[in-house]
Design a protein around this ligand. Structure first.
Ligand SMILES: [Zn+2]
Length: 380
């Protein structure tokens, strides 16, 4: 057994106590007060276990972000995690942390409170072995579930100082695949102006904005190209004021997913320059790419290291790509090697049956610790 695995196995009971405490605290993204309270608990554990520096990044709307740091030197390794969950206040009272057989249940346990603690304990394990030759930074995001509006710039600021980024989002599937590429995301809104008129008296003088919207929806959905991994989804559409009025206005919102920056640019261009089909309608499209794609090339070397470490630890590791985005999209887009899915093994992110596999915790924690150790060991 590797020393790091031995160490984290010895710490597992402590980790599980922390996990129970953290899962039983509601941390909906929208509640600054609750998120701030949970962050305090994590920082206190960090101080007890590791004793490094905690730097607060105050926020008005969302919980304060925190940067937990240990080490010296100019090099840096960044671990990215988030403490916010999609679950509302009161959820943990309804279904608190529980263990059933080899599975641990509770709101946000898989996405990603267990991963957060695995990161903390992996850091603890590495430091317990020797002084790192680089800074190790654990960044705790508080608004990931709404697209990281207040944290993005801080994550990017830390990423550009880093030699590698490890994202503690959950692994995929029963075998715990790592995520080596993620699609990018674009968001667009369309406003259509037609000409309203009485549908009985002067139908011919009106131009129905909903009819134009129908053309636009078919056009936009038609931009989907599964072969290139590009999808367009018009998820919201609305318009009109009354059944006997030729509708003067309509609107829609769409979600774009792409695998490469090339596709991001090509499709953004087509969407933003969509032109009206009906005469006398005005079409206004706004929006753009909100998360760039995480392209596989940015994960290749780190994934090879992870596979080698896993086989030493006695398990095999696979990679996968996903249509869902994470903070890894931001760091990879800055050309910083990024490996994602290094958190918990389990199932059911954002679902009621969300769980984590107990047997996987020490192994995944050790895998991460070895990856960090490889990066921060002195070169001589
Ligand atoms: Zn997550």
């Amino acid at each position: 057994m590797s020393k790091l695995l031995e160490f984290v196995t010895g710490q597992q009971d402590a980790l599980l106590r922390d996990l129970e405490q953290l899962v039983n605290m509601d941390t909906p993204t929208g509640s600054k007060q609750l998120v701030d309270q949970a962050i305090q608990v994590v920082v206190a554990r960090f101080q007890e276990l590791i004793g490094g520096r905690a730097q607060w990044i105050p926020q008005e709307k969302y919980g304060d972000q925190v940067k937990l740091q240990y080490g010296e030197g100019t090099g840096q390794i960044l671990l990215v995690t988030h403490i916010d969950t999609v679950w509302p206040e009161g959820e943990t009272a309804k279904r608190p942390f529980r263990k059933e057989g080899q599975r641990l249940y509770g709101p946000g346990i898989f996405d990603m409170k267990c991963g957060l603690l695995q990161g903390l304990y992996a850091m603890h394990a590495v430091i317990s072995q020797s002084a790192p030759a680089k800074n190790i930074v654990l960044f705790i995001n508080t608004d990931e579930e709404v697209g990281s509006p207040s944290s993005r710039r801080w994550i990017e600021e830390e990423a550009v100082k880093s030699d590698a980024v490890f994202v503690l989002e959950p692994a995929l599937g029963a075998s715990g695949k790592l995520k080596t590429s993620r699609k990018g995301v674009g968001r667009f809104a369309l406003e259509i102006e037609g000409v309203s008129a009485h549908s009985g008296i002067n139908h011919n003088e009106g131009v129905n904005a909903l009819e134009e919207l129908a053309h636009q929806i078919l056009y936009l959905q038609g931009l989907t190209d599964y072969g290139k991994g590009s999808t367009v989804n018009v998820g919201i559409a609305a318009g009109g004021t009354a059944v006997n009025v030729v509708s003067g206005q309509a609107r829609a919102e769409l979600d774009l997913r792409i695998e490469s920056m090339e596709e991001a640019e090509r499709l953004s261009d087509l969407i933003l320059n969509a032109s009206p089909v009906l005469k006398h309608t005005k079409l206004n499209v706004r929006g753009g790419i909100v998360r760039p794609p995480m392209e596989q090339v940015m994960s290749r070397d780190l994934f090879a290291s992870a596979q080698a470490i896993a086989s030493e630890l006695g398990f095999s590791l696979e990679e996968t790509s996903t249509g869902g985005a994470s903070d890894g999209n931001f760091t990879a887009a800055l050309n910083i090697p990024t490996l994602d899915g290094l958190g918990a093994v389990g199932h059911g992110a954002h679902a009621l049956d969300e769980y984590v596999e107990l047997d996987s915790i020490a192994l995944r924690c050790a895998l991460l610790a070895h990856l960090i150790q490889q990066q921060v060991k002195p070169s001589n």
